[in-house]
Design a binder for this molecule. Structure first.
Ligand code: AMP
Length: 195
């Protein structure tokens, strides 16, 4: 059982790595960005509200996000673990998530921060813009997203303090995954020894 929170700036490769972890460990990949983009695509009320905010590179409100994530974590496929990608993004989201997860008698959550330098980050986002054509990968939106990350999300590293493990995000996706996989296997085996 792996319960994982995946932190890191936009463009660090969280989505790619989270998808691989989910496949490797057979756990759901919960990406709040993907969920919001689906809502936008379906034209739901949430989607209509979220689109403008996402296009501006800003954050959707904490209350809305918490509602979405709480509901998702209650689904049966999350019973044996999950990987959260893109949530939490603010201190209030992290506090609320702690309230949800610490209340359960499940193993502790592993918190990983995918670290990457600014220069590589911008190059990667530019590459993704060309490949995926994501609306929010436009240059001015990217700048806004990085600013929001620095202001609202980076403080989570202080919030989690020694609960967070650093993962070097530079290099090919395969190399990063090897490092991440090793880290998670270590955690899982320590748990088994203790059990
Ligand atoms: P992502 O795919 O994780 O980069 O998310 C894309 C966009 O969705 C973000 O720039 C935000 O506008 C919105 N979003 C995703 N997750 C959250 C969250 N936890 N809190 C607020 N907004 C979010």
């Amino acid at each position: 059982m792996v319960r994982l929170i995946f932190l890191g700036p936009p463009g660090a490769g969280k989505g790619t790595q989270a998808a691989r972890v989910a496949a490797e460990f057979g756990i759901p990949h919960i990406s709040t960005g993907v969920m919001l983009r689906e809502a936008v695509g379906e034209g739901t009320e949430l989607g209509l509200r979220a689109k403008e905010i996402m296009d501006a590179g800003q954050l959707v409100g904490d209350e809305i996000m918490l509602g979405i994530v709480k509901e998702r974590l209650q689904q049966v496929d999350c019973r044996d673990g999950f990987i959260l990608d893109g949530f939490p993004r603010t201190i209030p989201q992290a506090e609320a998530l702690d309230d949800i997860l610490l209340a359960e008698s499940a193993p502790p959550v592993v918190i990983v921060n995918l670290e990457i330098g600014d220069q590589e980050l911008i190059q990667r986002i530019q590459g993704r813009r060309e490949e995926d054509n994501r609306d929010d990968d436009r240059e001015e939106t990217v700048r806004a997203r990085l600013k929001v990350y620095n202001q609202k999300t980076k403080p989570l590293l202080d919030y989690y303090q020694d609960r967070v493990k650093a993962l070097t995000g530079t290099g090919a996706p395969e190399e990063v995954f090897e490092r991440l996989n090793g880290m998670l296997r270590d955690v899982a085996s320590v748990r088994e020894e203790k059990a």
